[in-house]
Design a protein around this ligand. Structure first.
Ligand SMILES: *Cc1c(COP(=O)(O)O)cnc(C)c1O
Length: 214
């Protein structure tokens, strides 16, 4: 069961902020996605590749699928033909494989570079120095669309805000440096999406507020 009221409230809140909602449907049934699709939602995010591929095969072709979880290189091939945006690119090894699979499928694949902004070591992502050294031209079949980050899991809003502003700062610097079109800054989840939007996010990934607890 999806929370229709929450969906309407969130989309109305995000519209004037020009922030795109990615509905995170991981571990939720296909019927939930169909319900939200009927409300007009087209961008859905999934963490687990097998689940993503299975759902994609069952659901309307105009859904834009976002891969948002840590992605193993050997799984890229299962989503390379259709994925809209891989938000969780966290290594050059993965970039290399995405580039290869994109070429195989005669397409370019949109990617966000995940940046490690949280305190937890368990979270993935590049740090600022690694980003600065990235050789973008080595991956001609990858379209670099921007950055993604996850804040520390904490009630301390000031800390979360600091992390979001840090990522926004890196985003702005990179846009300037590469003077190319990198439009997307994906940050914010159920607990912190308003704060993220206030800190400059233009894409939020919301799961439990829409679909209930997992
Ligand atoms: C699960 C997940 C989300 C959604 O989390 P909620 O707290 O349920 O909104 C967002 N981003 C990533 C990367 C996730 O893994």
């Amino acid at each position: 069961m999806i929370d229709t009221d929450a969906y309407k409230k969130i989309t109305e809140t995000l519209k004037p902020l020009q922030t795109l909602l990615v509905a995170v449907s991981k571990l939720k049934p296909v019927s939930d996605i169909q319900e939200m699709y009927a409300l007009g939602q087209r961008d859905f995010g999934e963490n687990y590749i097998q689940e993503l591929a299975e759902k994609q095969a069952l659901l309307p072709a105009d859904i834009r699928w976002h891969a948002i979880g840590h992605l193993q290189t050997n799984k890229v091939k299962y989503i390379a033909s259709f994925v809209q945006l891989i938000q969780s690119v966290d290594s050059e090894k993965l970039l290399k494989e995405i580039d290869k699979q994109a070429a195989k499928n005669n397409r370019k694949i949109n990617c966000l570079l995940q940046v490690h902004i949280a305190e937890e070591e368990t979270k993935f992502g590049f740090n600022e120095a690694e980003l600065a050294e990235l050789n973008f031209s080595a991956y001609p079949n990858v379209v670099f669309c921007g950055l993604m980050g996850m804040a520390t899991f904490t009630d301390d809003k000031e800390k979360v805000k600091k992390e979001f502003l840090y990522l926004k700062n890196i985003f702005d610097k990179m846009k300037e440096k590469f003077s190319k079109d990198m439009p997307i800054l994906s940050m914010g989840m159920s607990d912190d999406y308003l704060l993220a939007a206030a800190c400059g996010s233009n894409m939020v990934r919301i799961g439990s507020l829409l679909f209930g607890k997992r």
